[in-house]
Design a protein around this ligand. Structure first.
Ligand code: BGC
Length: 368
């Protein structure tokens, strides 16, 4: 069967013919893949080996790419009860280390050892292929109405976890709200899929939301933000030395660009008791200066800086529910995130970054 594969660090992806998987265990499910999203992490995997020893699945000299996917169940093992043939499912990404307390209770997103494997990213084949086999516990059922946009469920897990973490960090405050701790004003930095979905998730909760990014105010990302009632601000209009002068102060900031300078600058945009969550990151080895007064302000204002990666099953379930609600509450906004629908034959261009692209989705051969 056909698959889009790479070798981490190879600098390119290509089409390959790989063996069809079959159900081996009683709790396994055979899934026909339908649509797979491309994300920045795929580009990192292609460009640079995440780990020389752990990158490739055992015994193979290639890695099937793709971790944002939707497919349809075509066969189930005898012990499978949570999904049935014909169901639409989204597979989760991370598999635990089998060593730590978090992974032991199914919270691999909080793994203490770092020895996790992630489908399509590190150590396990991904979903950009015709068929996959997966254990039922790693499949999330999604309603038919989400079939076209369901690869975004994985992207939305990141803001869902961010909102959960921000809520936890503010849970002690004497205010309530749709995000615990009464987040009244929020900022999202970036204009990629995760940033847009974070804005939609905040607007769904009625939070006054700003989006700050480099793209012009006429860009598709800015338009989506504004149609759901958020305020779009162009990065060039903000003095990063004194951001509050132009955009005010925020109870919560989700930093989704991965630019360290911006993350540091945004610490100065937090309101008292504010929380800044980093959901993007850069592997660049460069120093970014932080004024001592910025750290002092963190102390004086009870600020929290945190980072969050991956997601647990509650975040996946929240993402499925919220994606449906977003489509109903902000018609066209979710669909506008998917700017390019390509086929597996487009492998040479599918992973390129172009100015107008937000999310590329690849339709899997035989899965249309
Ligand atoms: C994926 C996560 C994954 C992370 C780190 C992200 O792109 O969405 O599921 O945990 O990369 O590899």
């Amino acid at each position: 069967m056909r698959a889009v594969v790479t070798r981490p660090g190879a600098g390119r992806a290509w089409l390959a013919d790989i063996p069809r998987p079959t159900i081996q265990r009683h709790d396994e499910v055979l899934v026909q893949m339908l649509r797979v999203g491309v994300c920045g992490t795929d580009r990192h995997v292609i460009a640079r080996a995440i780990s020389a020893t752990r990158g490739l699945p055992d015994g193979d000299d290639y890695l099937v790419l793709g971790h944002e996917a939707v497919g349809r169940v075509v066969e189930v093992g005898p012990m499978v009860s949570s999904v049935g043939v014909g169901d639409l499912v989204v597979p989760t990404v991370r598999r635990g280390c089998d060593e730590c307390a978090a992974c032991a209770v199914g919270q691999a997103d909080l793994c203490f050892t770092g020895n996790v494997r992630e489908r399509g990213i590190v150590g396990l084949h991904g979903f950009l292929t015709e068929l996959i086999v997966e254990q039922q516990d790693h499949l999330i059922r999604v309603p038919e109405e989400l079939a076209e946009v369901a690869p975004l469920v994985e992207s939305l897990c990141t803001p869902e976890k961010a909102l959960r973490r921000i809520g936890n960090a503010r849970a002690h405050l004497p205010m309530n709200g749709a995000v615990p701790g009464g987040v009244a004003r929020a900022l999202v930095t970036g204009s990629g899929p995760i940033a847009i979905l974070a804005v939609l998730a905040l607007r769904l909760r009625g939070v006054a939301t700003w989006m700050l990014a480099r793209r012009p105010a006429t860009s598709a990302a800015a338009r989506v933000a504004e149609t759901c009632g958020a305020t779009y601000v162009c990065l060039s209009d903000v003095d990063l030395e004194a951001p509050q002068a132009s955009i005010g102060a925020f109870d919560a900031i989700i930093e989704a660009t991965g630019a360290a300078e911006l993350a540091v600058a945004m610490l100065s945009a937090l309101a008292p008791n504010g929380v800044l969550d980093l959901v993007g990151g850069s592997q660049e080895r460069k120093a970014v200066p932080v004024h001592a007064s910025v750290l002092a302000a963190m102390m004086v204002r009870n600020l929290t800086l945190l980072g969050s990666v991956n997601a647990n099953s509650a975040d996946w379930q929240a993402a499925v529910a919220d994606l449906g609600d977003m489509r109903r509450q902000f018609p066209g906004a979710v669909e506008a995130i998917i700017t390019d629908v390509l086929s597996m034959r487009d492998v040479d261009v599918a992973f390129e970054r172009t100015p107008d692209r937000i999310k590329v989705v690849i339709v899997v051969d035989g899965g249309a």
